[in-house]
Design a protein around this ligand. Structure first.
Ligand SMILES: [Zn+2]
Ligand SMILES: [Zn+2]
Length: 330
């Protein structure tokens, strides 16, 4: 179904993120007067950390989701539980030291391609580009004219394309960077939806996936599995980490301008929650540092419980009393 290209072995002179295979395929597609759709699942300016030896993708030990590299100071952060980790010197799995942070943006890709494909019309379709376009109709007109379209998540829904000969997914590992327990499921659906963009008009569209970690088991499952296998394997992990549908899940977020108050309130709330259950059938995760946002300190408790509604009923008076406490359902 897909052609997977290993970026560790196949990188062009233009960029480490553009393989020679890809450039050949783009030429081939443009020569047939067909369009190329380049897709990048970009999450802000964060990058992912990988091990180039064993292809491990660094994940939060609490949450089983991919960690992002942040700067100033440089650290790894989980976007679910908000825990921060030092950047490791060596891989936690194979203990080798060939670690690599991967990052590329749509604007960079656009400028690289514009220098190379000077005769082609290249259109970048992301939220930045959309700021200057007053209507969806105008965007559709631009998309229609373009030979090469560079798009983010926005491109996967609501647009019907004609004459797409090649869909290129720049970095498949970024599909897993949703800050959510169901990142893999979302990624699976997203990839299938993206492929659907090409196959609408009953023509054969080539799908090319680029990755630095083609042997990573998660990625293999994402790209090679049929839905039934994907579904059953993903459920096993959900069970291990007590995620839905095996538990209900809710995040309690507390914010206060005083960091000590934030921490002590969260600790007390955690103790209270624990006192409601003696069967150990729950799990509570608390970030060990608070983070400052909009001049107030935030702390979160991720609560996985058999029946979250009963639990919230028990702390109803606290929820009503504390204006700084929010309840976020998953
Ligand atoms: Zn490794
Ligand atoms: Zn986490």
């Amino acid at each position: 179904m897909f052609l997977t290209v290993n970026l560790q072995q196949d990188k062009s002179k233009l960029s480490n993120y553009l393989s020679n295979t890809l450039l050949d395929k783009i030429d081939e597609t443009l020569n047939k007067w067909e369009k190329v759709l380049l897709y990048l699942n970009k999450r802000g300016s964060y990058s992912s950390l990988i091990c180039e030896d064993c292809q491990h993708l660094f994940e939060c030990p609490n949450c089983d989701t991919s960690l992002s590299v942040h700067s100033n100071p440089e650290h790894l952060r989980c976007h679910i539980c908000n825990n921060a980790y030092n950047i490791p010197k060596a891989c936690s799995k194979c203990h080798k030291t060939n670690l690599k942070a991967i990052w590329i943006g749509t604007q960079q890709i656009e400028s690289i391609l514009k220098t190379h494909y000077t005769d082609s019309t290249i259109y970048r379709f992301d939220s930045d580009a959309m700021k200057n376009i007053s209507s969806k109709r105008e965007a559709l007109w631009e998309l229609d004219k373009a030979d090469i379209i560079i798009g983010t998540k926005m491109i996967t829904t609501g647009f019907d394309f004609e004459n797409i000969g090649l869909i290129w997914i720049l970095l498949v590992e970024w599909e897993l960077s949703y800050p959510s327990y169901d990142a893999e499921e979302k990624a699976y659906c997203n990839l299938r939806q993206l492929i659907g963009r090409g196959n609408r008009k009953s023509q054969e569209t080539q799908i090319l996936l680029q990755t630095f970690i083609p042997k990573n088991p998660l990625l293999q499952r994402l790209t090679n599995s049929n839905f039934k296998d994907f579904f059953s394997e993903t459920l096993v992990e959900r069970k291990d980490f007590l995620y839905p549908p095996y538990r209900e899940m809710v995040t309690l977020e507390y914010r206060h301008k005083d960091s000590k108050k934030t921490l002590s309130f969260t600790e007390k709330l955690e103790e209270k929650l624990k006192s409601f259950d003696n069967k150990n059938s729950y799990q509570i995760l608390r970030g060990w540092s608070t983070f400052k946002k909009n001049n107030s300190h935030h702390a979160t408790l991720i609560v996985k419980w058999n029946d979250v509604r009963v639990l919230l009923k028990n702390i109803e008076n606290i929820i009503l009393r504390e204006s700084g406490l929010s309840v976020i359902f998953h």
